[in-house]
Write a protein that binds this ligand. Structure first.
Ligand SMILES: *Cc1c(COP(=O)(O)O)cnc(C)c1O
Length: 360
């Protein structure tokens, strides 16, 4: 069986190495030394000024929206994971969808201004598959209309744009460190902001708003993560270069084999580095995408229709909307298996099955 993704697990002894310390200190959660250490190391690794380690990407999104005191409408993309949209609704705001660009699959910046009303408070865009949005254009539009900008950078761990970490774009960026992501701490999330005051507010929010043991600075929630999660993050950090290299070569192998496939690979931002988080393929037709999906499945290989269906059409708590480009892409896209343990032979096999299917 070949799944679409497989969580990276380091040698068990390396994880166990952290356990005696946790037992000795009797400090299991609440910003313990391992969580602190992870924050410091991630800051250095990602070259960002400020960063908070939280319990999930979703709580990071919700805290981002709450901390910026957003109201009314938030402009967002329908081509993302459900948490991007659900966090907006969860925080009592209304998502307003803007269709995507058919090449990059990120929010089409040419369509943003049309969606702005007097109720708009922010833009929440996703760097889909880790591919950076047009962040300069988005910032210009936001500045012109006094809007805040949040990036769902759940896929963009480690990506640099024009030599700077993409995590520093916007007012706040969030990342997910969930087990299925490129780099993980089992469950976990990151909040990144350049604004030290906002960082302080988010840090209070993460811990119920506590300012000392008997006073409160903010409305807060429980966004803390545990020492056990942080330990996994610390061990996995060491493997990032190896993970990166392996995924890079697997991606190149896919690119070679699929160069004659009746499909295209989404266009990466020309000024950005790649993190090889996913291998998305947009087939020429939905029929071909589904035939390939089924042919792979027959061999116990599981591609994923990520992201299908469009968030503008599937959520029971929102009025359904027609987003032509998103709808079209969502029907034709498959993410092919990509994970550290995947072998080149398996990639070759997947490639052959796709080519055979399209030539049938
Ligand atoms: C995974 C993911 C999230 C949610 O992150 P969790 O850590 O699972 O809460 C949000 N947005 C996108 C785009 C994701 O892929």
């Amino acid at each position: 069986m070949i799944p679409v993704t497989k969580p990276f697990l380091p040698p068990m002894e390396e994880y166990e190495h952290y356990l005696p310390g946790i037992w000795q200190r009797d400090w299991l959660t609440n910003m313990g030394p391992l969580a602190n250490d992870l924050e410091l190391r991630l800051k250095k690794y990602l070259k960002v000024k400020h960063l908070l380690y939280v319990s999930s990407g979703t709580i990071a999104l919700q805290m981002a929206i709450k901390s910026l005191e957003l109201k009314g409408e938030i402009i967002t993309t329908p081509f993302s994971f459900v948490a991007t949209t659900s966090s907006i609704v969860w925080e009592g705001c209304t998502p307003v969808f803007v269709d995507i660009d058919p090449q990059s699959l990120n929010m089409d910046t040419a369509k943003i201004e049309n969606a702005i009303t007097e109720r708009t408070s922010a833009i929440l865009a996703t760097h889909v598959y880790g591919n950076p949005c047009e962040v300069e254009t988005i910032q210009k539009i936001a500045d012109a209309h006094h809007l805040k900008v949040i990036y769902d950078a759940a896929h963009a761990f480690g990506v640099e744009l024009e030599g700077r970490p993409v995590f520093e774009a916007g007012d706040i960026s969030i990342c997910s460190l969930h087990a299925t992501k490129l780099y993980h701490s089992i469950e976990g999330g990151l909040l990144i902001t350049k604004d030290p005051d906002l960082l302080k507010k988010l840090a209070f929010m993460r811990n119920f708003g506590f300012n000392g043991s008997e006073a409160f600075a903010e409305l807060g929630i429980n966004g803390k993560n545990s020492e056990f999660h942080a330990a996994m993050g610390l061990v996995n950090l060491k493997y990032l270069p190896a993970i990166h290299e392996k995924r890079k070569s697997l991606t190149q192998r896919y690119d070679e084999i699929l160069s004659h496939a009746k499909a295209f690979i989404p266009k990466w931002h020309p000024d950005a580095t790649k993190n090889y988080a996913y291998y998305p393929v947009v087939f020429d037709s939905e029929e071909l995408a589904l035939s390939c999906f089924t042919a792979l499945q027959k061999k116990e290989i599981f591609a994923r229709r990520y992201f299908y269906p469009s968030l503008a059409k599937v959520l029971p708590y929102l009025k359904h909307q027609e987003m032509a480009v998103t709808e079209d892409i969502a029907r034709r896209v498959l993410c092919l298996p990509l994970y550290h343990e995947l072998s080149f032979e398996e990639v070759d096999m997947i490639g052959r099955i796709i080519l055979r299917t399209q030539n049938n």
